[in-house]
Design a protein around this ligand. Structure first.
Ligand SMILES: *[C@@H]1O[C@H](CO)[C@@H](O)[C@H](O)[C@H]1NC(C)=O
Length: 292
């Protein structure tokens, strides 16, 4: 990253700013370029020519949207402003998922709360149909006040979850330890807002207050930076040649490990890797987690 930036800064000073966008900094495009509604089309509202949208949840239905294309590896991000005020019982999700029965999935799930109480960010990784790898954190900001960028870096070496530029979770490729890693099933990107008051808030104790409906989450920045592949493809044309395949993205750098450690120490609520009741034997991939 360092050297690329240096080149970029030099280029920028030569007034070629367009060439110089940080590859990880997505540009804003219109919703319709990359996405289509998944269900309840009338619960999606469009603004600024489709460069910003809202998902509405009411007692009749939630709603969601998905990428038109399927992707094998890349960097996927979404700017989201979570449901403000009383959002207890609601879940706002941003995830990648393959279509098959033994599916791969990479999840961000934002669990709402009563006014003034903190959201929980839950992440999970499914490989070959097996999940049960939940981690939960509190955020270090109020996610309802402004847009924040949530992103997933996925290459052959690792899956990294970022909140803005802070890595909050890493799932290393631990194929050598017998753990499946997503590598040959293209995934689509999904976003949705729905009612999950049977489990989401304080384990289901806090119910959705429908008198506060509609619940509204806002989205922008519909750029997708991935290798597009047909749904049944087993590999990607430009495999190994894209920016996210390069050596500096195969592991976190020292500063990123520091930040991840900070998140773990200060904001972790739950980590399956340290749940000895549920997993008396440490799940193999957890050994790759750095300091756990
Ligand atoms: C909601 O607030 C309560 C009380 O502060 C907290 O225990 C809980 O973790 C918060 N988040 C969710 C999603 O339940």
């Amino acid at each position: 990253m360092g050297s690329l930036w240096t080149v970029c800064l030099i280029l920028a000073s030569l007034a070629s700013a367009a060439l110089c966008a940080n590859p990880r900094r997505p540009v804003d495009v219109q919703f319709g370029r990359n996405y289509v509604p998944t269900w309840a089309f009338d619960h999606i509202k469009y603004f600024n020519g489709g460069s910003e949208i809202q998902l509405h949840l009411d007692k009749y239905t939630g709603t969601g949207f998905q990428s038109k294309g399927s992707y094998l590896f890349g960097h996927f991000s979404m700017y989201i402003k979570m449901v403000p005020g009383d959002s207890a019982g609601t879940v706002t999700a941003f995830y990648l998922s393959s279509q098959n029965a033994e599916h791969d999935e990479i999840d961000f799930e934002f669990l709402g709360n009563r006014t003034g109480q903190p959201y929980i960010l839950q992440t999970n990784v499914f490989t070959g149909g097996k999940g049960d790898r939940e981690q939960r954190i509190y955020l270090w900001f109020d996610p309802t006040k402004a847009y924040h960028r949530y992103s997933i870096l996925w290459n052959l070496y690792q899956i990294v979850f970022f909140v803005d530029d802070v890595p909050i979770r890493v799932f290393k490729n631990s194929k050598d330890l017998g753990v499946k890693f997503p590598f040959d099933q293209p995934m689509k990107i999904y976003n949705s807002l729905w009612n999950a008051d049977d489990w989401a808030t304080r384990g289901g104790l806090e119910k959705t207050d429908w008198s506060k409906a509609p619940f509204i989450a806002a989205y922008k920045g519909f750029h997708i930076d991935g290798c597009e592949a047909s749904v049944n493809a087993k590999f990607c044309e430009s495999q190994g040649k894209r920016w996210w395949d390069q050596p500096e993205f195969r592991d976190l750098d020292a500063a990123q490990w520091q930040r991840l450690k900070w998140v773990r120490q200060k904001f972790t609520i739950y980590n399956y890797c340290t749940d000895r009741k549920r997993y008396p034997q440490l799940p193999p991939e957890c050994r790759r987690d750095g300091d756990i």
